[in-house]
Design a protein around this ligand. Structure first.
Ligand code: 13P
Ligand code: SF4
Length: 317
């Protein structure tokens, strides 16, 4: 089958079976084109919770599918490619977090959404790249323990000097590999371009940027800007998608190192096979996400707190 034929088949199954497809912005174009919702981790979880369909398929990585399940326990949730994980989320075990909590007993734990359900269950508040600063600002405590991304944590600490942010070792191996030298090289190659970066990058990179934001934040900033050239400091797919959205502008990946292999694992055929499984077919693919009920209740608490503080943050603006 051609890509167009598979896409047509996918649209047909979605329509007939009432299945909602979510695709993170790092996914391939042919997947984004057939998705009901696209965007950053936060946007996708909220969209899935608000959507009325009872089955959702996540084209992204495991913690994203788990978050959809936590927000919509009554839904049947699938991860389109069962091997797609996030090394940052997998790098922090519940035991390591317990040890860190003992070190900072008075500090509430703020976890990035890129965490397992087990880690969320041990955390007080969850945040996303787009909400971290506003939510931590809205927390009454002046001291927090932020896990697992020490770079996003450092960005929060830079933005909120009134808070003491305790960090542990952890982060995204893809974004953290970008250096100040890469920034200098990109600036030299594209002197008129604005530098837009994800807060998972190291402080040498975020401090040198013209804008720091989530994947959706970077995308929207570039689309709305009246500038013509941009260096994109997040996964290379965002520069590609922006080029389609704004053919009259130029987008340069900050470095070719910015490629997430886990995000690239999911193919259009994986989505097709997952739709077959979600429709009850025995020869389908993907994995249905199940979370043990008591873990679900515990992990959900920090997400509810994220939503509550997110609303409070808006009032305080
Ligand atoms: P966003 O929430 O910005 O989509 O980030 C998720 C992620 O994994 C980025 O590497
Ligand atoms: Fe995880 Fe980094 Fe890939 Fe995002 S880009 S899914 S944080 S490894």
């Amino acid at each position: 089958m051609t890509i167009a034929e598979v896409q047509e088949k996918i649209r047909e199954i979605k329509r007939e079976r009432g299945i909602c497809v979510l695709a993170h912005s790092y996914q391939a174009r042919e997947i984004l084109e057939v998705a009901d919702y696209t965007g950053d981790s936060y946007k996708l979880s909220v969209a899935a919770a608000e959507d009325k369909k009872s089955i959702a398929i996540m084209c992204g990585v495991r913690f994203m599918a788990e978050t959809v399940k936590l927000l919509s326990p009554e839904k049947t949730v699938f991860l389109a490619n069962a091997d797609a994980g996030c090394p940052m989320a997998d790098g922090l075990s519940a035991d390591r977090l317990r040890a860190a909590k003992e070190k900072y007993p008075g500090s509430p734990v703020v976890c990035y959404i890129n965490t397992t359900a087990e880690v969320k269950a041990l955390s007080d508040v969850c945040v996303t790249s787009s909400s971290a600063v506003a939510i931590i600002r809205a927390m009454p405590e002046s001291e927090i323990l932020f896990v697992p991304d020490c770079n996003l944590g450092a960005y929060v600490a830079d933005s909120l000097p009134e808070k003491t942010v305790h960090l542990i070792n952890g982060g995204c191996p893809i974004h953290a590999a970008v250096s100040g030298a890469d920034v200098a090289a990109a600036r030299r190659a594209h002197p008129g371009a604005l530098l837009l970066v994800h807060p998972e990058c190291v402080p040498d990179v975020t401090r040198a940027a013209d804008y720091v934001g989530s994947t959706s934040g970077i995308y929207d900033y570039a689309v709305k800007s009246d500038k013509k050239e941009f260096i994109i400091g997040t996964e290379v797919s965002i520069a590609e998608h922006l080029q389609y959205a704004c053919p009259d502008k130029k987008f340069y990946p900050l470095t070719k190192k910015l490629m997430c292999h886990n995000m690239k694992l999911t193919t259009l055929m994986d989505l097709y096979h997952c739709l077959v499984a979600a429709s009850g077919g025995s020869d389908g693919g993907g994995e249905q996400i199940t979370i043990e009920p008591s873990l679900m209740t515990d992990a959900r608490r920090c997400i509810d707190e994220m939503i509550r503080l997110g609303e409070k943050g808006k009032d305080n603006k």
